[in-house]
Each structure stands twice: as structure tokens, then as C-alpha cells.
Design a protein around this ligand. Sequence first.
Ligand code: UFG
Length: 318
Amino acid sequence: MRVLVAGGAGYIGSVVTAALVEAGHEVTVLDDLSTGHADAVSEGARFVQTSLQESAPVLAEVRPEAVLHFAAKSLVGESQVEPELYWEHNVGGSLALLEAMRAVDCRRIVFSSTAATYGEPEQVPIREDAPTKPTNTYGATKLAVDAMLTSYATAYDFAAVSLRYFNVAGAAYGLGERHTTETHLIPIALQVAAGQREAMTVYGEDYPTPDGTCIRDYIHVQDLSDAHLLALDAPRPGEHRIYNLGNGTGFSVQQVVDAVREVTGHPVPVEVGQRRAGDPAQLVAASDRIRADLGWTPRHTDLAGIVRDAWETAQRRA
Ligand code: UFG
């Protein structure tokens, strides 16, 4: 299939690009490199550096049969202090992309949504029919794009899938997390193990969880990538499907730090700090819907394995 990957120079987009190329698709990557890296784009894909707002000429030339849309700002903290960036890039950018698709009669799209659309969950594991009450601007902008996709499916016969990621981690095809501003737990703990940071802070150990630290559902980026390839063919015109993507198993911050110590064999000095604003105690996905509908099965559910893949890829890069 001729596919366009928006945001294909970022962590998840670059892994899915590599998988699409491997599966024989003809891939064009579009990325403004605001947070991505040109060298992360698979050699088998064509790369065009541009923003979503300026994407129409690229779509007119490529005439994609489907779009995978990863391009977004995704720092929760930043979204609270500079919300205009999130409304402009995530919502304005997505609208421009959908209009560019409509102009070339491309109506098939897989969109990167997030667990942050649910906010503080009333029930765990979280199902797709749970209330969506985002507690930050990042989650609100992703939820707005989900609503946009429902409208486009209804009005314009788009065939759309929103994949709501929980905590994506690990590495595949030699591609791992490489953020200029790193806020995520596993890469930070690995940087401490590698001696690139002296210590790390655990944000709160007074949560109502067995060891007092927050619980999250870590999904291997390879499993996430598999889900995108399945989702590409799934929806019929006029349908917008929403699927949660997680392992269904939660690990605490303390368990993650212990796994990093075990896998790397290095000490990871930890300070216990205040809670981080907006962090729910527990976020774990119910992913039964995508398993039942698309036959998706995560294959890399072991926490140590996820940490090992991230560690080995980061070490090779260093
Ligand atoms: N944490 C620490 N110390 C750190 C970094 C993180 O204790 O230095 C803790 C956090 O408080 C949280 C857990 O580790 O309890 C995981 O934090 P991450 O920042 O790695 O991930 P989040 O769960 O906050 O965020 C993820 C995605 C977001 C998404 C969010 C909700 O990365 O994009 O889930 O779905 F918005």
C-alpha cells in the first residue's frame, strides 16, 4: 500500500515506519523534525521535512492510500504551561492533515491517541467505554482529534482507528526513545544506570498502591507497531474505531527501578520527591477489544525484556 507516515522521525513513528517498509509498503515520511531525528527514518522510506499545516502539496504528490498519524507534541507538563502549542500543533495540525487527505480522496487513517484522554480512571483496568475526562491539555487535544475523526467518518466516510497508547517503552529496529527533554521513567532510570545522571526522583511513594508508587502499563514498542499494521486494514468506510493498547499488567515505579538495576547491573540512586501534578495512581489498559477484533496479541510483555531492549539500544547509540 502507498502510505504516508506523519511524525515518522519520532520514537514510535520511526519504529512503525521500519515495520511498514519491512512489510513491503511504499512509505513516505513527513516530519518537521521539531522533536524527531532525520536519521531515525528508515532507509527504505522517502523523507519530506515539513509540518502538518504545510502537508497538502506532499499528499497531492504522493496520493497515499492510507495515513498513519504520529505527529504531535506530547509533554504533559509543557501542555499545561504552553497550551497554545498543543491546540495549534495537535488539533490545528490534525485538521490540516485531514483536509489534505480529503482533497486527494484518501480516507484511511490510523491515529496515535493516548490513555491521557481518560484522565483519572474510575475503574482499572480501563476500557474504551470509560468516561473521557482528561486532566491535562495534552490529553484534551488528543481527545479533540478523536472527536474530529468520528465526524470525518460520519460525514466523509473516513475509515479511522484511534489507538490509545498506555506507557510505550523498549526499542525495535535499533530505534529507541531519544527525546531532547526526557520526562519518561524508563529512559531516565537508564540514564542514571549509564552514569549520565547522578540520581533520579521517584515522584511520590504515598499512593494507594502496594508499594506506594504509581502503577503504569508498559507496552513494548514492537507490540504497539504490530497493532498499527493490523489497524491499517481494519475499519470500513464510515467507521471510527477506538482501541486501548497496553499489556493489561501494571508495574509500579519501584518495580521499574528494580528491573533497571537488575538488567543493567548498575546502581540507580533514587530520591523520593513530591507527587507530580496530574499523575493518577494507576493506569492499566483493558485491551480485550483489539485482541478480539484484530487478533492482536502482545509478545513482549516481560518488564525486564522491555527494559533490556531499551538499554541495549541506548548503549549501542552511546
Ligand atoms: N516517574 C518518576 N520519576 C521520573 C519520571 C517518572 O517517578 O523521573 C513516574 C511518574 O510519576 C509516573 C511513572 O513514573 O508515575 C510513569 O511516568 P512517565 O512520565 O514515564 O509516563 P506517564 O505515565 O506520565 O505518561 C504516559 C505517556 C504520556 C501519557 C500518559 C497518560 O508517556 O504521553 O502516559 O496516558 F499522557
